[in-house]
Each structure stands twice: as C-alpha cells, then as structure tokens.
Design a protein around this ligand. Structure first.
Ligand SMILES: [Zn+2]
Length: 436
C-alpha cells in the first residue's frame, strides 16, 4: 500500500455516520483500500494519527478563488455598492497573471485549512486549472457567463463555457461546470441554451440565485416571478444545478427546489457579512433538500477557512429561529463533506471515508487546549476547531501537507507573488490607495 494512516479517530461520514476509535486507513493508487482496527502489510508512508481525527477533506461548493486578491479592500458595504463601486471596476482590469496569483493563494489557503475540493466560478480558467494542478487540490471550475448589454454576448458566453467543458472533461482533479452568473445577469436565451448544453455534455451548472431581497423584488418586477419560479418556468432547474446562496425563497420555490432536486450551496458567513439574509436551511432540511456549504469569494467572507463556516452555519440558524436544536453539528459536517460531493455529482468518488473512494483525507490535530477533553469529535470539529488545527492533507492519495508543511507549493513564493500581483492590478485600476 502507498499510505497507512494509523490509530486515528475516524469520522467517516459514511451512511451510518460512524466514528471509529483507534482505527487505521490504508490508501493505494489514489483510493481508500481498507479501514480497520488492525491493518496488516507494509506501507511506503506511515502516518501516526494518534490524538488526531481522520476525516474526509472539506468540500467548498461556492467560491471565486482569485478574489483572494481583493481580501480586505472593501468591507462593511452593501452587495450592489460593493460590486459596482469596487469589485467590478477592478475586475475589468484583470489579466491572466492576476488570476493565477490569486488562485495559487486560494489553493494554499484551502490546503492549510483542510479543504480538498472546491467549486469555483471565475475568469481565465486555464490559470485556475494550473493552480489546482500545482497545488495538488481538487476543483470544479466554471467560466462566469454574462450577456447583459446584448451585442453577440450570448454566443460569446456560450462559446467560452463550452470550450471550458471540452478542455476539462477528462476527469482527474480538474473538472468543469457551466457557470451562468445569475438570473439577473444572464438573458433567458443564455440560461436556456446553457441548460441544454449542460445536459448534452452531462455536466453540472453553477449559478447564484436569490442572494438578496433586492434581486427577488427586481425579478418579480421584471419577470413577474421570483428567481426560482422563473428558472422553473424556463425549464432550467434540475439535479445538476448548484444554486449558490438561495437566501430568499418562498414556500413554492422550496417545492420547486425539492421537486427538481436542485443542490443548495449555502454561504452563511458571506450572507451575514453582506447582510443579505438568512437562508431557510431548516426548511430545506425538512424537505430533504441537499444543502452544501461554501465560503463565497475571500472578498466577501473574508476567509476560505471552512471551519469558520461550519461554526457560523450551526449558529446562525439557531439564533435566527431562536431554537438551539436546529441544524446540529453532524448536519453541518454533512453539508461540508458528503453533501458537497453530492452537489458536485461526485458522491461515488469523494465526501466520506469509505473503501473504494478516492483518498481525499484530512487529519485534524486534537492535542490542543481548545480541543480538550475529547468528548465528541463531531462537536469539536464544528464548534471548536479552526483551520490551522488541520495537520495533514491527502488528495487523490497524495500527501499535499504533513505536519502543516505544504509539499506542493512554496508558501513564501505564493504570498510574495500574490502581494505583487495585487499591487499591479490595483495600480492598473488606479486604486493602490486600498493597500497599506
Ligand atoms: Zn459568489
């Protein structure tokens, strides 16, 4: 075998949600080949997991990786003001090298906080793919498609989207989805044609839906229907659609989501920061809707550390509904692991520690004051752990980080490159005053 992880506390996230004490996990040729108390045989790499949780890598189902470069440059303003006055003017100056720098930085941050797979929507996808390749992480990438303003933009957006699918359809660690940005930035024609193409290619769709109340009001005014009802009417909804946010939904829309088996990418931290609203997650759960967890871009979170989102997700719905029993820790952990895999159509491959799955595994070090005593590992992961407690990261059977030493990327170089490229980008946008 290639890797033997010995004597850990395995939080499997399998169907029985087993937590196994003093168990070992064997990995060969990229897959988990055995889980047991006493695994026999020689391994090339033996990892001692005593006082460590062994669990599936976290899956972030909504982000814009290269927006790490915009971290901290515009806080404490409403979404549309944030987009129109700061983000969009800077993004209009983006070049490939900026996206490469921001994506490498994002990959590094995710590896260091235990995320092994993410769902991204952005531009210059070759750069995003390159950073996934170099960092050793797994990712689903989509080109952000818009066509407001007309003038051949619909065809151009579809061409870009399709090109991306063709390029990254081989499987492996980089995969592609279509990424129509949102119902308010895409025409009906673009949405319908995207859905047809996605079905034809057998791939998924990543889209923002019903993020703010303003979006819902505008949709009612312009289209006569709220966003999900509109998408249902035009035949867009389906099981391969990952709807980011879904913050404002009516009862009827929740029925649509359930009927079409749409997957939700819930972004509680970003929704709180931009005061967008609180998604009806307890209602989604009651209906059996698949909810997964995302950070959104680092400019509106301001971190890609999924452990923040685990805790905030568990807390916000309790507070909002004044009910401490809602959205318990185990559910939240499901959102960030097996449900993330379901959202990306990869639940047969990743999302749990089970024999036959690809080996995307993380070790969380419990030998810390804030994780003592060891009472309930699931509770500790959601309520007490932070990203820097992640000690070891394995993706596709390869050790990407061990003892917090990242093996695939030179951390110092990645940070320096990100700082340089942020300066370059803000200089081009005439906004260097945003940096210290
Ligand atoms: Zn987003």
């Amino acid at each position: 075998m290639d890797i033997l992880i010995k004597n850990g506390i395995v939080v499997a996230m399998d169907n029985q949600r087993r937590v196994l004490k003093n168990f070992s996990v064997a990995i060969s040729e990229g897959r988990i080949v055995e889980i047991g108390a006493n695994i026999k045989g020689e391994a090339d790499v033996v990892i001692d997991a005593a006082k460590k949780i062994v669990m599936p890598g976290l899956i972030n189902t909504h982000t814009h990786l290269a927006m790490t470069l915009f971290r901290g440059i515009a806080d404490d303003v409403p979404l549309m003001k944030w987009l129109r006055e700061v983000i969009w003017p800077i993004e209009s100056k983006l070049e490939a090298k900026h996206v490469y720098a921001g994506s490498l930085l994002g990959c590094l941050e995710m590896v260091k906080s235990g995320t092994t797979c993410f769902n991204d929507m952005y531009f210059f996808l070759d750069e995003v793919a390159k950073s996934i390749g170099e960092s050793g992480i797994r990712g689903v990438i989509s080109h952000a498609m818009f066509d407001f303003g007309g003038g051949g933009k619909t065809e151009a957006a579809l061409r870009h989207g399709e090109e991306n699918i063709r390029k990254y359809s081989a499987g492996g660690r980089v995969r592609a989805f279509f990424g129509p940005h949102a119902p308010y930035t895409c025409s009906e024609e673009l949405l319908i044609k995207t859905k047809e193409l996605a079905d034809k290619c057998g791939t998924g769709i990543h889209i923002h839906v019903a993020e703010t109340k303003e979006e819902v009001e505008n949709s009612k005014k312009e289209k006569g229907l709220p966003p999900f009802e509109y998408l249902e009417k035009i035949g867009f909804l389906g099981p391969t659609v990952v709807a980011a946010h879904s913050t404002w939904t009516s009862d009827r829309e929740i029925e649509n989501i359930k009927k079409r088996d749409v997957k939700i990418a819930h972004n509680p931290t970003c929704n709180m920061k931009l005061a967008s609203g609180v998604a009806r997650v307890p209602d989604f759960l009651e209906k059996g809707i698949v909810v997964s967890l995302g950070t959104d871009g680092a400019a509106s979170n301001n971190s890609l550390d999924m452990f923040d989102d685990l805790k905030i997700c568990a807390l916000v719905h309790k507070l909002h509904n004044r009910n401490p029993s809602l959205v318990p820790a185990e559910k939240v952990l499901e959102f960030a692991t097996i449900n993330g895999a379901k959202a990306l159509g990869m639940e047969k491959e990743i999302g749990s520690i089970e024999v036959g799955k690809r080996a995307d595994v993380i070790l969380v070090d419990l030998n810390k004051p804030h994780l003592t005593p060891l009472s309930n590992p699931v509770s500790h992961l959601v309520y007490s752990a932070v990203g820097s407690d992640v000690d070891t990261v394995i993706v596709d059977g390869k050790v990407v980080m061990q003892g917090r030493q990242v093996k695939t990327l030179n951390e110092g170089k990645v940070l320096k490159f990100a700082n340089e490229q942020t300066y370059d980008l803000l200089e081009k946008a005439g906004k260097t005053e945003l940096l210290l």
